[in-house]
Every structure is written in structure tokens, then in C-alpha cells.
Design a protein around this ligand. Structure first.
Ligand code: FE2
Ligand code: FE2
Length: 180
């Protein structure tokens, strides 16, 4: 999967988890779904911030402002995830927080439906494949809990290295530089 396919796949998985939550028959089952949602969305948001948004900032003409907006929205998602993370099975705040989260994620998916075609147009398929491989690898080490107070942008983030390399190689191809 290339990077954009991988992110869309994550979105579909989380939408399914919201349906699983609705279909759950017990507090324990609901809590199980909540914990998977916290884990998957924490990883997804962190990897977008580390690897995808920095690239978008560089390659999209309106990237700076657009990504600032995405990061602000990530912040509200992470705060909701943090609140959910602190609950235990059967807590009666869970339903309302999951409803908030679902609204935030619907919005996130909608906004990225605008962002992704722009990225696909601006970045060649080879770079998207390389970025997809880095995202896939990053899933093994990405944070599994929300960290709304941690930095959400490179260069404070160590994972940005591979992305810088992908961006360099993309520019090399676009500018006809030697590719060894
Ligand atoms: Fe996303
Ligand atoms: Fe995002």
C-alpha cells in the first residue's frame, strides 16, 4: 500500500470500530473497543504528524496554513482520546466521549479527503510507496497512547529522518539530479 492508501485503510478501520462499539453487548466489550480505538488513533495521528504533514507542508502551495488547521484538529482528537484513556469499563462518560470522538473523526476523514488528492497530485508514486513503507514500519514503534502535550512537529521528532530522505529523493527525481 502506498502512504495514502494506508491512511485511508486506517480511516476505514476506525469507522468499523465505531460500529463495533455500537454493537457491543457489555461494558467489558465496549471498553475493549475503546482501548483499540485509543491505540489505533494514537498511532495514526502520530504517524501523520511525523511523516505525512511535514511532507505536505513542503510540497503543497497552501501547505503551511492547511497543515496548521489539521494539527489543531488533531489536538482536539488527542484530548478526547486522553479522556477516554483514563476511564474504566462501565464509566457512564464513555458514550458521550465516543460520540464526540466519532464526530471529530468524521470531520478528520472529510478534511483528509481534500488533502489526500492534493498530495497524490504533488508527490510521485515512488515517493508515496516509500512513505507507505516508512509508515508501515513506524506502526511498530509509534506511540499507542495520546500525548496532546508532546511536540507534534519535526525537528523535535526523531522519526522525521526517513521522511526528510524521501523528500530529498523526490526532489532529486523532479529536478533531474543523479539518483544513486
Ligand atoms: Fe487521518
Ligand atoms: Fe490527520
Amino acid at each position: 500500500m502506498d502512504a495514502l492508501e494506508l491512511l485511508s485503510h486506517d480511516h476505514r478501520m476506525v469507522e468499523q470500530l465505531f460500529r463495533d462499539y455500537q454493537a457491543s453487548a457489555s461494558d467489558a466489550q465496549r471498553r475493549g473497543v475503546v482501548e483499540i480505538v485509543v491505540r489505533e488513533l494514537s498511532k495514526h495521528a502520530a504517524l501523520e504528524e511525523l511523516m505525512v504533514y511535514p511532507l505536505a507542508r513542503k510540497v503543497l502551495p497552501d501547505g503551511q496554513q492547511e497543515i496548521d488547521e489539521h494539527l489543531a484538529e488533531h489536538m482536539s482528537v488527542k484530548k478526547t482520546l486522553l479522556a477516554l484513556d483514563g476511564l474504566s469499563a462501565g464509566d457512564d462518560r464513555t458514550d458521550a466521549l465516543m460520540a464526540d470522538l466519532q464526530r471529530e473523526i468524521e470531520h478528520h476523514v472529510q478534511e483528509e479527503g481534500v488533502l489526500m488528492p492534493k498530495l497524490r497530485a504533488a508527490v510521485d508514486e515512488q515517493a508515496l510507496q516509500e512513505l507507505g513503507a516508512e509508515l508501515d514500519k513506524g506502526k511498530q514503534t509509534a506511540p499507542t497512547r495520546p500525548h496532546p502535550h508532546a511536540p507534534d512537529e519535526p525537528p523535535l521528532l526523531t522519526l522525521a529522518g526517513p521522511v526528510a530522505a524521501i523528500y530529498d529523493r523526490l526532489r532529486d527525481r523532479l529536478q533531474g539530479r543523479p539518483q544513486t
